[in-house]
Design a protein around this ligand. Structure first.
Ligand code: GDP
Ligand code: MG
Length: 252
């Protein structure tokens, strides 16, 4: 048996979004069916215990620093030359259930725009990263998303648009870029976050949110499948007023 995860990765409440204007959902509680399922876990729902999360974006926007700030708790320390490394496994406990995120970072192939389809395939969440201090990296975010979506089912993937290097911008510059980023988030149905891997600002809150929303979506999908298997009328379980599973249909 694995030991429990670090205490700051034990999630008992739905973490807050960054901006209610650009959130996948604004509820502050987990879906009641998810809570109930976690109180009486069944063997056939174990497959929700791990989720693949991929990180995409232009070279140098800060993808590796974002992941390593969370996984190692430091900036540019143990900086991995990402060659050959597929993913980091980050462990959480959500509503008492062990849950892991497989965080996939590139090995620099984004420089040549030649990311293998296996990198994208089967992602449950996509983190599109841009540099808050470089406006053109936000323009490119849409292209990265389109590429990643070629290998994924839009109805079962959660999108996050993350602006990094918040520490480099003045509040005025930030406000200007954020306006555009929030607009794009709405359009692509993504949740927007602004963070700094250097100072750590927002990084942990962001990954706890990714873990919670991915976990919730996985459990709901699993419950739907097992209801169908049990011969019940096929029910479509939605996760709130904004049904992210349905509303991605016109994305990309
Ligand atoms: P990647 O190519 O997208 O993986 O980008 P990296 O994570 O390698 O970062 C590229 C450069 O941006 C490095 O020189 C980092 O030190 C710098 N960087 C990354 N995140 C931040 C941040 O939050 N603030 C600042 N000031 N610099 C950052
Ligand atoms: Mg990198």
């Amino acid at each position: 048996m694995l030991p429990p995860p670090k205490s700051d990765r034990i999630i008992t409440h739905m973490p807050k979004c960054f901006s209610p204007n650009a959130a996948l959902q604004t509820k502050e509680v987990f879906h009641p069916l998810v809570k109930a399922a976690c109180q009486t876990p069944r063997e056939d729902t174990v497959s929700f215990n791990v989720a693949k999360v991929i990180v995409v974006g232009d070279v140098s926007v800060g993808k590796t620093c974002l992941v390593s700030r969370f996984s190692r708790g430091a900036f540019n320390k143990n900086y991995k030359a990402t060659i050959g490394v597929d993913f980091d496994m980050e462990r959480f406990q959500v509503l008492g259930v062990p849950f892991s995120l497989q965080l996939w970072d590139t090995a620099g192939q984004e420089r040549f725009k030649c990311i293998a389809s296996t990198y994208y395939r089967g992602a449950q969440a996509i983190i599109v990263v841009f540099d808050l201090s470089k406006a053109n990296s936000l323009d490119h975010a849409r292209e990265w998303l389109e590429d990643a979506m070629k290998e994924n089912d839009p109805s079962s993937v959660l999108l996050f648009l993350v602006g990094t290097k918040k520490d480099l911008s003045s509040p005025e510059q930030l406000a200007q870029v954020e306006q555009e980023a929030v607009r794009m988030s709405e359009e692509i149905q993504a949740e927007y976050w602004a963070v700094s891997a250097k100072s750590g600002d927002g990084v942990r809150d962001f990954f706890l949110r990714v873990a919670s929303l991915t976990f919730e979506a996985n459990v709901l999908a699993e419950l739907e499948k097992s209801a169908a298997r049990d011969g019940a009328d096929v029910i479509k379980i939605t996760s709130g007023p904004k049904d992210k599973r349905g509303r991605k249909a016109n994305c990309c």
